[in-house]
Design a protein around this ligand. Structure first.
Ligand code: TTP
Length: 395
């Protein structure tokens, strides 16, 4: 079935990581976030894909080109981010007259559930959560047919939330001109509501689903996709290195003597690790990144060209492109009171729900020697932290 993937978002809640790239292009294991959505869609039966792009569109275009595994990809440019119904309307002249699937390009969907969605004539992917109050919550008639969706209800009508994966009947292409919602957006959920009024819309339960909106959710996305890796050693690994479990060392990567890696870990091409480094947890060492002597990295993402050269500890953190940590830079990833680490997202201090979270570092930032970074600190793009500082607030 023809498929529209929404990837025009700015990802403002993901800043500073999205200052120089669109959220769908953030790295998740061996590909960008939206690469997983597109591959899953192709595997589930997408006959063609329209990618709706906007912010930093060229990044998305140059990554995918014109086809993925033999399936044609076209691009619809949404100049202004006016809402998800507007995004699909932008894609409409790329669609033929048949039914169509819509997927959020910033969510991970489990493959078997997505395949079930593609089997239906009209459906919305649902996911069961303990606390639905922050989501779009589906109402059903008790027999599994969806009757509507309520946004962020104080008193949720069910524990099934909207995953942003839909199958719409062909007729819905004529319903995309919706009015503005209370929050001033043109919402695809209004199109869903109308579809529920005229068609039997199934709720297709997803076994696993993750909406990647905030920085720690990028860590969770990597934990998921790195966890699916199978051991594969192609790079240059010294005899004295000890690679345990599901470790992938891509061709062109180097692992020096004395290194211990406990998978799941992906060392991408051009990266170097060691000598004498320790990597554990779900860790991505991006293309050309460097983990040097006596460095410990735990459950973290080092984007392309990031360098942690010597005598440093990085835990549960995200280091943007070309970040450079000076010798002895240490990251705290646990509060003394054991409480959940808080992070500031769009000016609002919020709990991440994680006991373990380190720092989020924008592209190009450098720390001097012996810098201490407190749990939950966000460093902006191209920041400079002088030697010896103890950083307890965002910079
Ligand atoms: P959101 O996560 O609501 O928006 P966003 O990605 O811009 O992130 P933030 O809120 O942090 O700024 O969007 C959900 C999906 O829909 C996502 O894949 C982006 C896409 N989208 C569009 O393509 N066009 C739009 O106008 C909007 C609002 C979203």
């Amino acid at each position: 079935m023809q498929t529209v993937v929404l990837a025009a978002g700015q990802g403002t809640r993901m800043r500073p990581l999205t200052e120089r790239r669109p959220k769908p292009m953030l790295p998740v294991a061996d590909r960008p976030l939206v690469g997983h959505t597109v591959t899953s869609a192709v595997d589930a039966g997408a006959s063609s894909i329209v990618l709706v792009v906007g912010y930093e569109a060229e990044d998305v275009r140059s990554y995918f080109g014109d086809t993925v595994d033999g399936v044609d990809i076209t691009y619809a440019v949404q100049e202004e981010q006016r809402g998800t119904a507007d995004a699909v309307r932008t894609a409409a002249n790329h669609l033929d007259e048949g039914p169509f699937v819509v997927l959020n390009g910033d969510a991970l969907y489990d493959d078997p559930s997505l395949a079930s969605l593609y089997e239906t004539d009209a459906a919305v992917g649902s996911y069961r959560v303990d606390d639905p109050t922050n989501y779009g919550v589906l109402t059903t008639d008790g027999a599994g047919t969806v009757t509507g969706v309520v946004e962020k209800p104080a008193d949720p009508p069910s524990d099934l939330i909207n995953t942003g994966a839909y199958v719409f009947p062909a007729e819905a292409q004529t319903w995309l001109d919706v009015g503005e919602s209370e929050r001033g957006e043109l919402e695809l959920t209004d199109v869903l509501e109308r579809t529920c009024g005229e068609y039997a819309v199934e709720s297709v339960p997803f076994d696993r689903w993750l909406d990647v909106g905030r920085p720690w959710e990028l860590l969770e996305a990597n934990e998921w996709k790195l966890g699916e890796l199978e051991r594969d050693i192609r790079g240059d690994v010294a005899d004295g290195a000890d690679l345990r479990g599901n470790v992938v060392v891509e061709e062109g990567a180097t692992v020096e003597p004395g290194v211990v890696i406990e998978g799941p870990t992906l060392i991408r091409t051009g990266a170097t690790v060691g000598p004498n480094a320790y990597i554990r947890g779900a860790t991505l060492v991006g293309e050309g990144a460097k983990v040097g002597h006596a460095v410990e990295i735990k459950n973290s993402i080092l984007m392309e060209g990031a360098t942690v050269g010597h005598l440093s500890y990085v835990g549960d953190s995200i280091l943007g492109r070309d970040v450079n940590f000076g010798a002895g830079t240490k990251v705290a990833n646990l509060r003394h009171d054991g409480g959940d680490v808080k992070l500031t997202v769009k000016g609002e201090r919020i709990s991440t729900g994680r006991r373990k979270l380190g720092v989020i570092v924008g592209d190009g930032t450098k720390t001097g020697i012996n810098v201490s970074l407190n749990a939950g600190v966000v460093l902006s793009t191209d920041a400079r932290i002088p030697p010896g500082e103890v950083v307890t607030r965002d910079r």
